[in-house]
Design a protein around this ligand. Structure first.
Ligand SMILES: [Zn+2]
Ligand SMILES: [Zn+2]
Length: 338
């Protein structure tokens, strides 16, 4: 576990970038999650921060970008609170905010599955170094499962891993049944990873309930692995749920594995479809981006609400962002009605 307390002047940073991108999750019982939301809102008032933070009765899942002048204060404030003892913060640096706004709210579940999960049963943690050694050894009795979404997998994954489909609880049940049919429930070591660790907490618990005994989860996920073991055994880039969409796992070069959705050329650039009413995420090369006006398919090109793709260095936003003035917004809306 990384030390939480960050002393002034001794930051983790070796960089001059102005923003810290912080992610953490923590399972702790919040009787009234709305009170935690209020506490954090109060802390963020008058501070330079944008976020996507969800709080439930089970805990918190947080991602935020915060100006470096406020970042240490936030980490130290949380670390000083008893209910946040032992929280593992993952910190990256960036030149600007990576979220469009401050989202901080109560949610029923931290990872939406619609079923209760017994978190006492979760898999054993594996640290990055041990994980790397497992992949070095190519042990026959080991299976490596990626428990992220398929669009994350398309951009990058660990050598030898397989995608374990679990976007919904129904997917999970099917994947678990298939897996159980081809492994030894008592002997096979199941190694599981995700971006930052939270999905493994859920899916390792569920797989244990299914009777698989030896389950291990990469602590801190691919983000922490990249800090500690660089890109060893990693192919491609890492999908992240913010404006960056795609980030390198470390400063080391990796093989490109993503392919353009339109022409199958190698690419590592993700876009959301310029058609507001589609918004599909897809990998796209520069040439096809021009040709399809930033759209995922032909039909989207001629849809009513196509956002101007020239500004697509960031994910497309809601429709009204593309108007600078009220008059412009009216014109945009008239175009839709026309
Ligand atoms: Zn292409
Ligand atoms: Zn589309």
């Amino acid at each position: 576990m990384h030390a939480c307390k960050i002393e002034s002047g001794k930051t983790l940073s070796d960089s001059n970038l102005d923003y810290w991108v912080i992610s953490y999750y923590h399972f702790v019982s919040f009787e009234k999650p709305e009170e935690e939301v209020a506490r954090q809102k109060e802390f963020f008032a008058r501070r330079d921060v944008k976020s996507r933070i969800y709080v439930s009765t089970q805990g918190i899942n947080a991602q935020l970008s915060i100006h470096k002048k406020d970042a240490e204060g936030y980490v130290n404030w949380l670390s000083s609170r008893k209910e946040f003892e032992g929280v593992d913060f993952k910190i990256q640096y960036y030149s600007e905010h990576v979220f469009p706004r401050l989202t901080l709210k109560v949610r029923k579940e931290l990872v939406a599955l619609g079923v209760p999960v017994d978190m006492e049963k979760r898999g054993e943690y594996i640290q990055s170094e041990e994980w790397r050694k497992h992949l070095d050894s190519k042990d026959k009795d080991t299976i490596v499962l990626d428990v992220r979404n398929s669009y994350e997998w398309k951009l990058g994954y660990f050598e030898g891993a397989e995608l374990f489909k679990c976007d919904t609880f129904k997917d999970f049940k099917e994947s678990a049944k298939e897996l159980k049919g081809r492994i030894d429930l008592h002997k096979t070591k199941v190694l599981m990873y995700c971006t930052g660790g939270i999905r493994c907490e859920i899916f390792s618990s569920l797989l244990k309930e299914e009777g698989i005994e030896k389950i291990y989860q990469l602590q801190g996920g691919v983000i922490r692995y990249g800090e500690e073991e660089k890109s060893k055994h990693w192919l491609g880039k890492l999908f992240v749920f913010d404006d960056r969409l795609s980030v390198p796992v470390s400063e080391n070069e990796t093989k490109v594995i993503g392919v353009c959705h339109h022409c199958s050329q190698n690419t590592e650039r993700y876009y959301n479809c310029a058609n507001m009413d589609c918004n599909e995420l897809f990998l796209c090369c520069e040439k096809c981006l021009e040709e399809f006006y930033g759209c995922c398919k032909k039909e989207c090109k001629t849809a009513k609400r196509v956002r101007p793709y020239k500004h697509a260095h960031k994910p497309f936003r809601k429709w009204y962002h593309y108007a600078k003035t009220k008059e412009e917004l009216n014109t945009l809306n008239k175009k839709i009605e026309a």
